[in-house]
Design a protein around this ligand. Structure first.
Ligand code: AMP
Length: 142
């Protein structure tokens, strides 16, 4: 299974905002879309950073309730690790585990074409394992 197989079912939608928006606006987006991270984009569509719920929790710990008045740019991670559509899902799972993040944007020829989360990766790996079990069942029943 490859990243492109996940995108085929999940689609290419990117939930994003810009670095000058408030943390409150980011929280509203995270809550209303039931997601754990948003991409932060430059006006030209390139990646400026990523803001996850974990960044907001750390920001709350550091700044108290004033965190809501900060901007997304104040809390986001700017060195964003990306993948391509041809990367194997198993490799992305290893990357997420080793580097301790749960979201990876997919980039092709410099263009953003999707974002996959650890939930997408786990779902894909379970489906793959179930297909293998089914194939083995069929094999031994022949
Ligand atoms: P997450 O586990 O995705 O909620 O994120 C945990 C931390 O890693 C947060 O500080 C995020 O901003 C950061 N992060 C999330 N995704 C990435 C990524 N693809 N590349 C670099 N940092 C990331």
């Amino acid at each position: 299974m490859f990243v492109q197989d996940i995108l085929k079912t999940k689609g290419n939608e990117i939930v994003s905002l810009t670095a000058n928006q408030t943390v409150l606006a980011a929280l509203e987006l995270l809550a209303s879309r039931h997601i754990g991270a948003v991409l932060v984009l430059e006006p030209d569509g390139s990646i400026a950073g990523i803001l996850s719920e974990r960044d907001v929790v750390h920001g709350l710990h550091r700044h108290g309730k004033d965190v809501l008045d900060l901007t997304v740019g104040d809390l986001m991670t700017t060195r964003v690790v990306t993948c391509t559509r041809s990367d194997p899902v198993a490799a992305i799972m290893g990357m997420m585990t080793q580097q301790r993040f749960r979201h990876v944007p997919v980039v092709e020829d410099g263009n953003l074409i999707g974002l996959i989360s650890i939930g997408d990766v786990v779902k894909s790996r379970i489906e793959e394992a179930q297909a293998e079990v089914e194939a083995l069942r069929l094999y031994i029943s022949l």
